[in-house]
Write a protein that binds this ligand. Structure first.
Ligand SMILES: *Cc1c(COP(=O)(O)O)cnc(C)c1O
Length: 368
C-alpha cells in the first residue's frame, strides 16, 4: 500500500511517474536498454536530456541568455561553487565581497562555505526570532560580487515573498525546496540552483540555471569540476552526468506540464497549504511558529502548545507514531528545531493533505 509521504527530502514523487519508470525500466523508448545502461553520449540518451532541458525551460520560462546545467553534488556543492565562480580571488583566500541573507540553517551553511573563498557580509538575519520571518533585504553595494538568498527555507518553513532588487549585483538563490512550486521570474536572478530530490525527481541531480555573463569568471586555480565554464562548454557532458536522474526529472516535468504547468500547480499548492494553516491557526493543540506573511507553501512546521516539556515530547512521539500507523509518514520536525513538519511538495495530492487533516483533528479531539 502507498503511504502519504510528508518527507522534506528525498520526497514523494507522482505515482504515474513511478509507474511509467517501472514500465520502461528494462526497455526505454524501444532501445532495448534501461536508461541506466545507456552511454551518456549515445543517440539514445541525447533526446532524453534534451527533452528534460526543453521542458524545464518551458515550465520555468527560462530566458535564452541563461544556461541550464545538470550537475551532481547536491545543492550543498553550490554553496562552494557560487563563491568559487563569482567571488574567489586570483589567489586562494583573497576573495571579493559576498552577501548572504541569513534566513536559516541552509543559508548559514552557504555563508560558512562562502567564507572560505570570499569576504562574507551577512547583511541581514532573522536569527533573532528563531528564523520565523524573512528580514527586509538591505540594499546591494557596488563592491558586492553576488547577493544570496534562500528562497524557501525548508527547515524553518519560511519563504521570500518579495524578490530583492539588487541592481547590477547578481542575485543568487537556493530554490531547492520550492522550484516549480509557484511562478518565478528567472530574469531577476543571476544564478538559481536546486537539488532535485524535493520537487524534481530522485536525489543525485542538481540543477543550475545561470546567466551567460556569469560563466567563465572563476580564477584559474578553481578545480575543473567546480567551474561553471567546464560544464557549460560541454553541455553538462564534461563527465558522466546523472543520467537516470535526468530521465526521471524529464518524466516529472512531463507530468507537471500535463497537469497545466506552474500556474496550475501553484493553485493546488496554495490550496493545500491554506487548508493546513487554517487548521493550525484555529487549533487549541498545535500552532505554526512562522509569522503569517512569510509562511512556506512547501514545508510547514507545527508545534504542540504546552509549557510542559515532558508532555510535549510524549505527545510529539505519539503523534508521529500514530500518524505513521495511519499511513501518514515522515512528519518529524528537523532534528535541530524539533516539533513536527509536513512537507507538501508538488507531488503531494490534496487528498494527502485532507487525510492528514482528518488524522490531526481526531488526534486533537482525543488529547484535548
Ligand atoms: C535540501 C536542501 C539543501 C541540501 O541539498 P543537498 O542536495 O542535500 O545538498 C540545501 N538547501 C535547501 C534550501 C534545501 O532544502
Amino acid at each position: 500500500m502507498r503511504v502519504y509521504n510528508f518527507s522534506p527530502g528525498p520526497s514523494v514523487l507522482p505515482l504515474p511517474v513511478l509507474e511509467r519508470a517501472a514500465a520502461e525500466m528494462t526497455d526505454t523508448n524501444g532501445t532495448g536498454q534501461s536508461v541506466m545502461e545507456m552511454s551518456h553520449r549515445s543517440k539514445d540518451f541525447k533526446p532524453i536530456i534534451e527533452k528534460t532541458e526543453a521542458l524545464l525551460r518551458e515550465l520555468m520560462g527560462i530566458p535564452e541568455n541563461y544556461r541550464v546545467l545538470f550537475l551532481q553534488g547536491g545543492a550543498y556543492t553550490q554553496f562552494s561553487m557560487v563563491p568559487l565562480n563569482l567571488a574567489a580571488g586570483e589567489t586562494p583566500g583573497k576573495g571579493k565581497q559576498a552577501v548572504i541573507i541569513d534566513t536559516g540553517i541552509w543559508a548559514d551553511k552557504a555563508a560558512k562555505e562562502a567564507s572560505k573563498y570570499a569576504a562574507v557580509d551577512v547583511r541581514a538575519s532573522s536569527k533573532d526570532r528563531a528564523y520565523t520571518y524573512i528580514p527586509k533585504a538591505p540594499a546591494s553595494k557596488p563592491e558586492d560580487a553576488y547577493y544570496h538568498i534562500t528562497l524557501n527555507n525548508t527547515i524553518v518553513g519560511t519563504k521570500w515573498t518579495d524578490i530583492p532588487d539588487t541592481g547590477s549585483v547578481p542575485l543568487v538563490s537556493d530554490i531547492s525546496s520550492c522550484i516549480l512550486s509557484e511562478p518565478l521570474d528567472v530574469s531577476r536572478f543571476g544564478i538559481l540552483y536546486a537539488g532535485a530530490q524535493k520537487n524534481l525527481g530522485p536525489a543525485g541531480t542538481t540543477i543550475v540555471i545561470i546567466r551567460d555573463d556569469l560563466i567563465g569568471r572563476a580564477p584559474q586555480w578553481v578545480p575543473v569540476m567546480l567551474r561553471y565554464d567546464t560544464h557549460a562548454a560541454e553541455g553538462s557532458m564534461f563527465n558522466t552526468p546523472p543520467c537516470y536522474g535526468i530521465y526521471m526529472m524529464g518524466l516529472v516535468l512531463e507530468w507537471l506540464k500535463n497537469l497545466g504547468g506552474v500556474e496550475a500547480i501553484a493553485k493546488i499548492n496554495r490550496e493545500k497549504a491554506g487548508l493546513f494553516y487554517q487548521y493550525l491557526d484555529s487549533s487549541k493543540l498545535f500552532f505554526s511558529p512562522v509569522e503569517k506573511p512569510f509562511r512556506s507553501l512547501m514545508n510547514i512546521p507545527f508545534i504542540i502548545r504546552t509549557e510542559d516539556p515532558e508532555k510535549k515530547s510524549e505527545l510529539e512521539e505519539r503523534f508521529i507514531k500514530e500518524a505513521a500507523a495511519a499511513g501518514l509518514v515522515n512528519l518529524a520536525g528537523h532534528r535541530l528545531v524539533g516539533g513536527m513538519r509536513a512537507s507538501f511538495y508538488n507531488a503531494m495530492p490534496v487528498e494527502g493533505v485532507r487525510a492528514l487533516l482528518h488524522f490531526i483533528k481526531n488526534f486533537e479531539n482525543g488529547n484535548a
